[in-house]
Design a protein. Sequence first.
Length: 179
Amino acid sequence: MISTGFVLVDEKTGDVVRSFDIAEAGEDGTARIVFTLPGGEEIKSPKIGATFGGLKLYQRLYDEEPSPGKWHSFSDSVSVEGNSIITRRSYSKTADIVPTQVSMANARIVLSRAGLLSQINSTIDNSANEELKIAWEYSTVIDRNSPLMSAVAALFNISPSQIDEFFRQAEDISPSQGV
């Protein structure tokens, strides 16, 4: 866990009165801060857990599990444990973030790597849908929820989860990887 500072909490209401962004406390548990109480009294280096007229000083801690990657969302939960307020960050177990748009070049690279590009090109070239042909040939980007993406997915029975993975892979291609 990482100490991210301290908070002064109104014990009656539970409201945070003041937040102090400092890295850590001294070895004796003394906060290295100076603050002024609402009545004007200056407090220097109080102990964590000390109370001042209904206000209590808590250490603010942060606990984060290792991130499985940029495509995983996270949620934070906050709890009070002793004299500490702990924020814990946890990540989704499966990739659940999907880029909304990728370059058409990267999309084609991913489709080529999956062995689908020549089949998709052939099918679209032989299609009677002129708008589909134009969009496929001249678009510079493709949107995850676009009619073009829906048409390609329907033509080739590509599932929504497969589309999501294609979009993540396409977004991860750097310019030097694609050539």
